[in-house]
Write a protein that binds this ligand. Structure first.
Ligand SMILES: [Zn+2]
Length: 378
């Protein structure tokens, strides 16, 4: 496109600085095997001081979902159950369509009637600015029998995982995971709910309690600490980086994207431009990018529809993960479709610009030479 040759020594894409050195900024995070970089667009301060922390948080979160080495089970279509050996606890976490986190902490039923349960809910500022008030709300919800729905639909645990019967406890506002060891405990759970006592045994732990205190007690509530603002900023940054790489630096610097660049750099109120598509009904239809990936590959896709509405999609392990709605700019023509497939093992990537049939053929032929076809290894 038009941008690449215009600016020779251009200001930092994010902070606008012209004095500091530029450093190699990975378009897709290095930890994902991202081999595509911006060499002339991001200054040392933005790259190292600001973005490193965002990327760490994002990678940690995404890998907890996609890393095949993580033990996890799909609890439901849209709920991932994870066992964290460090905490000795199960927890479930998912995002809703607008990237708002839904944390599903465990409730160890065996303890409900023998001892008050020690519960630690750890909320970041995106979730709740007042953990104590949230705790009170949780207790109130769990003591309201009419508001609680139970679902028993998961028994597929691996041999090495700790025994448990996960039960989804739904209230009007939250989803909890109840953990019962046997049918008697399940019955106890039902009685506690009908008596309005499920929440009455809960008490909050002091926030300064060391983590070790929890690890000693198996089947205690899991601690989930995620900074979703950082995750969202890292995602927005990745989208802008990708625009810079494949649509050119002028497009990435378009005034229409100023709010997004500032959000990536400074944070603040969410722009609402990131949509979670993993674990939602939308993901049952894979995007073109997801379809091109082998199951170990990641992809970025820039597309612009007939009206010129541009979106960047992030795919991990061949599955659509989230979409960043960029909006309209004249620098990204309607009908644009550029997909980059990253191979984390070989640390290579292929850029496929669908405006160039040659480009598509090259990708297909390179795959054939390597004995690969899309989705064939799944
Ligand atoms: Zn900068």
């Amino acid at each position: 496109m038009d941008g690449a040759s215009i600016m020779t020594s251009r200001p930092c894409l994010y902070c606008g600085d012209t004095s500091r050195k530029k450093t190699k900024e990975h378009v897709l995070q290095n930890s994902f095997g991202g081999s595509m970089t911006l060499a002339e667009d991001v200054c040392t301060d933005c790259n190292s001081v600001v973005f490193d922390g965002l990327d760490d948080e994002f990678v940690r979160y995404a890998k907890s979902i996609f890393d095949p080495n993580m033990r996890r089970r799909m609890l439901r279509e849209n709920l991932t159950l994870s066992f964290d050996p460090g905490w000795g606890a199960w927890y479930a976490l998912r995002l809703d369509n607008s990237l708002a986190p839904i944390v599903c902490p465990q409730i160890a039923i065996a303890s409900v009637f023998t001892d008050p349960i020690d519960v630690r809910f750890s909320f970041d500022k995106v979730m709740d600015s007042d953990p104590e008030r949230t705790f009170d709300t949780i207790v109130a919800e769990l003591c309201a029998p009419s508001a609680i729905k139970l679902e028993f639909d998961v028994r597929h645990m691996e041999a090495n995982d700790p025994p448990l019967h996960p039960i989804v406890v739904r209230t009007a506002h939250k989803t909890y995971l109840a953990v019962a060891g046997n049918d008697d405990e399940v019955q106890t759970l039902r009685e506690l709910i009908s008596d309005g006592k499920l929440g009455s045994g809960l008490r909050a732990m002091p926030r300064e309690q060391p983590r070790e205190a929890f690890v000693e007690r198996p089947r205690v509530v899991g601690v989930v600490r995620r900074d979703f603002e950082k995750i969202e900023r890292a995602i927005v940054k990745t989208a802008i980086n990708y625009v810079c790489k494949v649509a050119g630096p002028t497009a990435a610097r378009a005034p229409e994207f100023e709010a997004m660049r500032q959000y990536a750099l400074h944070g603040g109120a969410s722009l609402g431009c990131v949509t979670n598509v993993y674990g939602t009904t939308a993901s049952s239809r894979s995007s073109a990018a997801g379809e091109l990936c082998l199951t170990k590959e990641h992809a970025l896709m820039l597309s612009s529809n007939a009206d010129g509405l541009s979106v960047v999609l992030l795919c991990f392990a061949g599955q659509d993960f989230c979409a960043v709605t960029l909006g309209h700019t004249k620098h990204i023509p309607a009908g644009t479709l550029i997909i980059t497939v990253f191979d984390p093992e070989r640390r290579t990537h292929d850029v496929i610009d669908f405006a160039s049939p040659r480009c598509v053929w090259d990708f297909v032929n390179a795959r054939k030479l390597r004995g690969l076809s899309s989705r064939s290894d799944g």
